[in-house]
Design a protein around this ligand. Sequence first.
Ligand SMILES: *Cc1c(COP(=O)(O)O)cnc(C)c1O
Ligand SMILES: [Zn+2]
Length: 397
Amino acid sequence: MQLICQNCGKRYADQELLYHCNHCQEPLEVGEVFVGSIRVGNPLRQNMMDRYSDFFPYLQKTAVCLQEGFTPLFKSSSFAQKLGIQEVLLKNETQNPTWSFKDRGTMVAMNYAIQKGFHQFGTVSTGNMAVSVAAYGAAAGKKTVILVGNDIAKEKLAPIAIYGAQVILVDGEYGNLYQESIRLGWKHGIYFINSDHPLRVEGYKTIAYEICEQTNFNPPDYMIVPTSSGGLLRGIEKGFAEFMAAGFIAKKPKLVCAQAAGCAPIVKAWENDAEKIVCWQNPQTEAHAIANPMPPSGNRVLQILRQEQGFAVAVAEDAILQTQKDLAQNGLFVQPASAVALAAAIKLVKEGLLPRQARIACVLTGSGLKYTSVLSKQQLSYQTCGIEKLEGLLKNL
Ligand SMILES: *Cc1c(COP(=O)(O)O)cnc(C)c1O
Ligand SMILES: [Zn+2]
């Protein structure tokens, strides 16, 4: 397998532990696939790698799989009406085995690593990625280590540990843990599948493939993507690019990078017309899953937005929580980070940046049940009454 630097073009062969270019430090990407077909068949009896195997030529077989992907693309006429645009599609990634899209990337990266003879896995994360890697490590019967900062909220620890993973709370600068884990993994044969690992990004391509199929190969005009490290946005862009090269679609959606205003390093660089992001000081947002102050794929995301006529937008904290509530009151309970996409769409419509005839898709990245302590900020109300008074309440609902 070849890894290619999208910035300087340098190529690397069989360097499965490399994330970033030695030459310019920008993220590496697996070479694009230009030809291929979809293995038509009953998706109820396929996995992602069966259906899209042509686009993963480096994977010989599937050693571990939890039937991730094939998530619904929900067409919300109620939000289309509310926003006053033609179509609002919601890609419901909360229906993955560990309730976020991270499973797609974990699956591809872990299968590749098993094929390469690795027996130990790890990641640096306090949230969805930690849970995902722990689950797939368990399913594969492999040793798995999860590194978390030692200020992690207690409610997040048990859902990682339940899978049997070794959880290590590391004291020190959390930002340095990403690099340090890659260095130590290299040295001790532990395959770290961090946020923007090239094969993790490969897994995310399947979101774009599925959206193409689910829209009868007429994908939306805009894809709005909650962005932290930038891995998800990179993967979605690559997926559409490959399906266009293979002749399935005639045009790609424009990509919108959505961040929380309390931690928006990519949006800031975008607004300053800068080519490189700078570290965000003092991140403050309930959207923890996208609060990376120094996104390792941030510069690459800026490059993609420029190339693809996309843009970046930040949304305020109250808009995030309000949208989380609005989504739930339409039947979809997502975490604050995931509500950021639709909140961004609402803001863009108000600012006249999304035309009325636009068809958009938002990625609902992860489940609201992952992070219930935020609900104390939602001002939810309850009623109490004696059983003899119940009828009085019910007849006047
Ligand atoms: C990881 C994550 C994101 C952002 O993904 P990146 O690849 O880091 O940009 C968005 N939403 C949720 C819920 C996540 O867990
Ligand atoms: Zn390079």
